[in-house]
Design a protein around this ligand. Structure first.
Ligand code: M6R
Length: 611
């Protein structure tokens, strides 16, 4: 999603802005730009495509100043093009604005501006807001005019603004879209997230919704929208939480896939300190409250939603609490029946997903306690939650989520075992066995990573077709969905995930000798495995090309599957943590064979901060 960086420095800020934009690339973008005060008017350079295009423009037509703003744009209003890219300026080039979010009433504001004779150069809501701010700030105090303009805007924004009247000042404002302010030896910064300015700041302020900031050589002032000065809290930046490099892997995604055994082991060591008792320090939920929960509603988006589906199965099986799941974008627009004793769980890697955030605000409005399973400390989601389980996966830079997902599954497992025990649904002995098996999962993942070459070969055989079908049952049904999503996201091969039992209700019509059908059929303790084998026979009978994810030593798939990826034996409820790693690698090598930009797939954003 769009990225913002801005700076008030002691030396030329343009190299810092460009570095910040590079560090924001992982969020996804289709154009970029920077603006600084010039000798007479504000000046900008903008380019469509990768940052290299903007760098070229700056080489042939350099900019230099001690204050400026920059932006990477992920198109919402209007095609990716230079004229739609940010910063936007007013006609007199007195004001330049970078914006993340969506101004919902931009058409209304635009009509008023058109009546006043303002002309438009782009299709964007941001240009409308820029002209509106320019008009409101034309006379009088800039901050007052800026506040008034923001008061007229409906929707979500994170803004960076410079204007000609104060050439050494950057203004920032936030409502609904994340924005931070930071300080370090080189100067003061604004950014849409910490990694953008990580090498240059030691401390940051997470601006709250409805706050504005003014950065100048004298320091940082924070105000509320009504102009009242705010005492903002400086937070020390923890390098370990944010630092990331590809560590010799060809992509961040591959590195992150390989990090999974370490991430899950680390999570288990942190939350099971002596190896036997689960201790979730940020859950901060008394046993009494946990016993009083009558219902759970899990809300999330994308990959995190598949983690929610897994969490539901696990919690229902071992705690006896009825659980529902919903997509953030659906939940927020329905009339969910939630009450004080409904625990709402939000799952999110970034903690900034707009629909997930809106959902928990709704839940809090209804008086429900909110538990967040989240990877980013200080994120909006964490700050809005009563209870937290950090997934501690470290920064995930690849747009397609991998290690954050398996960390979410682990967090659900730990919460479930803890809740099952507290509520008396899981006996101590059973709990101990389950915990031991969970602690063995990183070894299982290691084993799968060791079969990478084999998986690459399988992917190489099946990546060419137009489509692929992924089938799974029960705990592995959400993994079928996740496997298909990973494949779509990075290889652009169309893929469908299905509950295997549903296949004969429709998708069976797709099966022919060209369709790869990826079947997760690892052994289970009951009849589900047999059912899965029957579903595979149905595929086989129609000539489909089966790729099976099967338990080592299980011979039932022999003769049915064209290719078998063997995984180690694991209890069914924990097997998804291993099986999904095989699916991640399958998608990865299909994408590699298809020559896509794996870390930054087209059209995708790392954190979706707009609806
Ligand atoms: O940051 P979040 O976990 O809230 O993000 C949710 C989805 O946008 C995200 O999982 C998305 O589906 C990824 N591209 C998955 O790879």
């Amino acid at each position: 999603m769009c990225g913002i960086v801005g700076m008030v420095g002691r030396e030329d800020v343009v190299p810092y802005l460009m570095e910040g934009l590079k560090r924001l690339e992982y969020r996804g973008y289709d154009s970029a730009g920077v603006a600084v005060p010039g000798p007479e008017e504000l000046q900008s350079r903008r380019a469509v495509g990768r940052l290299a295009a903007l760098e070229q423009k700056l080489l042939s037509s350099p900019l230099s100043a001690t204050c400026g703003i920059g932006h990477t744009r992920w198109a919402t209003h209007g095609e990716p093009s230079e004229r739609n890219s940010h910063p936007h300026m007013d006609a007199a080039k007195n004001l330049a604005v970078v914006h993340n979010g969506i101004i919902e009433n931009y058409l209304e504001l635009k009509d008023t501006l058109i009546e006043a004779g303002v002309g438009f150069l782009s299709d964007t809501d941001t240009e409308v807001l820029t002209h509106h701010i320019a008009r409101k700030t034309a006379d009088g105090d800039f901050l007052d005019g800026f506040r008034a303009a923001l008061g007229d805007a409906r929707g979500a924004y994170a803004l960076g603004v410079i204007h000609r009247g104060e050439p050494g000042v950057v203004y920032a404002a936030r409502l609904g879209s994340p924005l931070i302010v930071g300080r370090g030896p080189a100067g003061l910064f604004i950014a849409s997230d910490v990694p953008a300015i990580l090498p240059h700041v030691d401390q940051v302020i997470y601006l709250k919704d409805g706050e504005l900031a003014r950065l100048s050589e004298t320091g940082i002032e924070v105000f509320s929208l009504d102009g009242t000065p705010q005492s903002a809290e400086w937070v020390k930046v923890d390098l370990e939480d944010h630092a990331a490099d590809a560590a010799g892997f060809e992509t961040f995604m591959l590195k992150e896939i390989h990090e999974q055994p370490r991430v899950i082991r680390g999570l288990l060591e942190k939350y099971v300190p002596g190896g036997k008792e689960i201790h979730l320090p940020d859950l901060s939920m008394s046993d009494e409250v946990l016993r009083g929960i009558e219902r759970i509603m899990i809300v999330s988006c994308g990959t995190a939603y598949y983690a929610a589906m897994y969490g539901r199965l696990l919690i229902e099986k071992f705690t006896g609490i009825p659980v529902e799941t919903d997509l953030g974008s659906e939940f927020r627009y329905r009339d969910p029946k939630i009450a004080k004793n409904t625990l709402v769980i939000a799952v999110s890697q970034s903690g900034e997903t707009a629909d997930t955030l809106a959902s928990i605000k709704m839940a809090r409005g209804a008086g429900c306690p909110v538990l967040s399973i989240c990877n980013v400390a200080g994120s909006s989601l964490v700050r809005e939650s009563d209870h937290i389980i950090y997934t501690r996966a470290g920064p995930e830079i690849g747009v397609a989520s991998t290690k954050a997902f398996t960390a979410q599954l682990t967090a659900f497992a730990l919460f479930t075992l803890h809740a099952g025990k507290v509520r008396g649904e899981l006996r101590a002995a059973e709990n101990a066995v389950l915990l031991r098996e969970l602690q063995d999962i990183p070894n299982g993942i290691h084993y799968v990573l060791g079969r990478e070459d084999e998986i690459r070969e399988v992917a190489g055989k099946h990546h060419e077709g137009p489509s692929a079908l992924y089938l799974g049952r029960r705990f592995n049904y959400p993994m079928a969905l996740e496997g298909a999503l990973k494949n779509k996201e990075i290889s652009y091969q169309h893929a469908e995930g299905y509950a295997a039992g549903e296949m004969k209700h429709g998708p069976i019509a797709l099966i022919n000798e060209y369709l790869p059908v990826i079947c997760i059929c690892t052994e289970t303790e009951d009849e589900v495995a047999e059912k899965m084998i029957s579903n595979m026979r149905e595929v086989d009978a129609r000539g489909g090309r089966i790729i099976a994810i099967a338990t080592q030593g299980d011979t039932r798939v022999d003769g049915l599957a064209e290719d078998v990826i063997h995984v180690p034996r694991a209890r069914e409820c924990f097997s998804p943590l291993i099986n999904v790693v095989a699916l991640q690698l399958l998608a990865y090598y299909a994408a590699q064979a298809r020559g896509t930009d794996i870390d930054k797939p087209r059209n995708l954003a790392k954190s979706v901060t707009v609806e």
